[in-house]
Design a protein around this ligand. Structure first.
Ligand SMILES: *Cc1c(COP(=O)(O)O)cnc(C)c1O
Length: 355
């Protein structure tokens, strides 16, 4: 990996929007991190330069075959106003695994964290302050060799951009309504479901669009083989509370191993709550609902942190779980996780990293 990161600062800095005006991923900071890869030099020329358009050869392999991976993470301001990251080494490790799956050269997790820290330090004036806001960081890797033959590219670019994001729930944590998708699937065993790679998301749009047209906020994905087992909710991992046991689908190749998912599991186990990572069928959920034992459901992911599921529509069965208010456990997990991220609560798991 490169020894140093060259910095060329923007001469003109942009105006920063006030905290109440920011949406999600609409505006970008003054700079971007770029690093190149080719067969002779490996990863080289790590640099931060003014944010600008990329010059892309239209024959670049990522444009045609989607050889591309990405990450999503956030920088927060803690209670003292210090820029803080949440488990960034986990994003670095996951990007390595995604790259390996997509035949792309790996980036060492330590270098990944160093690059993110250097970049966020330069852009720290962009980290908003208000509760629920953050600087969203998007590292990604593109295959850039100009060649139309189908084979792993010999050239790549690793880029990091960042965008200030407003609260995911401007009006407070709000239950969502979710349609169980019984036709389209997100992933199959042996496919790329556990890698954060572009094609997974392009192919999910159709189901999301159809659900939105019917008035739902998102879809619950079932497994690609039997359409029986629950996998994820939108681009989030999913948890259910049945009686006093919390259940999340086990990672078996089709599910993206979320860092929020892992953090929630660690918090639940630390609280001595019964947790099960296992296969769970939609029929088991329906049965639990009919018996009034399905108490809470929520998604987990960096963007929303915790997304309460208020209603789950499966065929004709309308499962109304928590229509008005998120459940007690859902809320307490949201409060604990965001509390740790913002430095309000003790970081007993050593998850936060100062920039
Ligand atoms: C990124 C992602 C998640 C959540 O991962 P986090 O590390 O918690 O942000 C879950 N599912 C899918 C499909 C994802 O792409």
């Amino acid at each position: 990996m490169p020894e140093r990161i060259e910095i060329r600062e923007a001469e003109q800095k942009k105006e920063i929007p006030c905290d109440d005006e920011i949406g999600f991923g609409e505006i970008f900071t003054d700079h971007m991190f770029i690093m190149d890869y080719d067969g002779d030099n490996g990863w080289h020329n790590a640099r931060i330069e003014p944010y600008s358009s990329l010059e892309i050869d239209p024959a670049s392999s990522f444009c045609h075959y989607g050889q591309m991976t990405f990450e999503g993470m956030k920088a927060y301001r803690d209670v003292e106003g210090e820029p803080t990251l949440f488990r960034p080494e986990q994003n670095g490790r996951r990007l390595r695994r995604s790259n390996r799956r997509m035949c792309m050269p790996e980036i060492e997790a330590e270098f990944f964290v160093e690059a993110v820290k250097t970049f966020v330090d330069l852009e720290k004036r962009w980290i908003p302050e208000k509760e629920g806001t953050a600087l969203y960081i998007r590292p990604f890797v593109l295959a850039t060799e100009s060649y139309l033959g189908l084979k792993p590219s010999e050239e790549y670019r690793f880029i990091i951009i960042a965008s200030p994001v407003g609260p995911y729930y401007p009006a407070g944590l709000k239950p969502t309504s979710i349609l169980v998708e019984t036709e389209y699937v997100r992933a199959v065993k042996g496919g790329t479901g556990e890698a954060k790679t572009a094609g997974n998301y392009a192919k999910s749009l159709k189901a999301q669009k159809r659900a939105a047209e019917k008035g739902f906020d998102g879809v619950l994905w079932l497994d690609g083989r039997e359409r029986e087992y629950v996998e994820e909710v939108g681009a989030m991992n999913v948890f259910f509370r049945i009686d006093d046991t919390v259940i999340t689908p086990s990672l078996m190749g089709t599910i993206l191993p979320g860092i929020t998912r892992d953090s929630v599991l660690k918090i639940l186990r630390d609280r001595d709550i019964d947790v099960e990572e296992r296969k769970i069928t939609i029929e088991e959920l329906a049965e639990a609902y009919r018996q009034d034992r399905l108490k809470e459901a929520f998604g987990t992911g960096t963007a929303a942190v915790i997304a309460p599921i208020g209603r789950l529509q499966y065929g004709d069965l309308n499962m109304e779980i928590d229509l008005e208010e998120p459940g007690e456990l859902t809320r307490s997990l949201y409060d604990q996780l965001t509390g740790i991220q913002r430095g309000r609560l003790e970081d007993k798991f050593n998850w936060t990293v100062k920039v």
